[in-house]
Design a protein. Sequence first.
Length: 287
Amino acid sequence: MIQEEKIRLINFIAEALREDMGDGDHTSLATIPPEKQGEAQLIIKETGILAGLEEAQTVFEVVDRDVAVRLLKADGDPVKTGDIVLLAHGRIHSLLLAERLLLNIMQRMSGIATATHRIMEILSGTRTKVLDTRKTTPLLRFLEKKAVLLGGGTNHRFGLYDMILIKDNHVDYAGGIRQAIEKANHYRETQGRNIAIEIEVRNLNELQEVLDTGRVERIMFDNFTPELVREAVARVNGRYITEASGGITAAQVRQYAEAGVDYLSIGALTHSVKSLDMSLKAKIIDG
């Protein structure tokens, strides 16, 4: 993990802990002596792909650097019910404080990685890749997009700053496709921004206008059927990177891939994914 990412993670964890703890974990303070030692095991309760172990270690570091953590699996590993993936030893107060935040992070990240991996399995043998979107949980995007990578997917732009993505509203407000592309290129050139331009099209007529105009790097087919995607890909004929989007489900991805599109963007990977079930169980090891 690079330094900038580690700082972002530590700041996120510290804020999440403040939200959870307030002026103290009064249940633990009331029932367990402060220096009591214990061990915790992170146990998997359903089959999936593991993600978030690096973040779990950092949670323990922020909570209590004296907690000793041993990893038994790695991020990206397949796991099954009953697998123990992490052992932690230290003050029970610290283990209990870390528990919920650690599980919230790992369950969500592992759910995203698992959903991504399942789609990648369906796409096996094709050249189509799966993209995430900006349909993420506010301030958790960096974790959710990392989980997509761990599941075998590919990250789209991280935010509004690292690509010019001209969508339908931009086209309409700009006065049309040609105008939007021309303005985007003028902006890119005058601002000295070395970033790609992608444009969304809603039908084959709009696609033809993009092809006639040029000066983009990627074309997104929005809410196209697999049959329309096949025709659109043929029209593009390898001149631009192609992407299909718009409510694409796991049941449909193979059809879209076989239509020849380069990328499928699937918002459901992050906006409505099911978390992977797991639990942190503690046991006292000294009296």
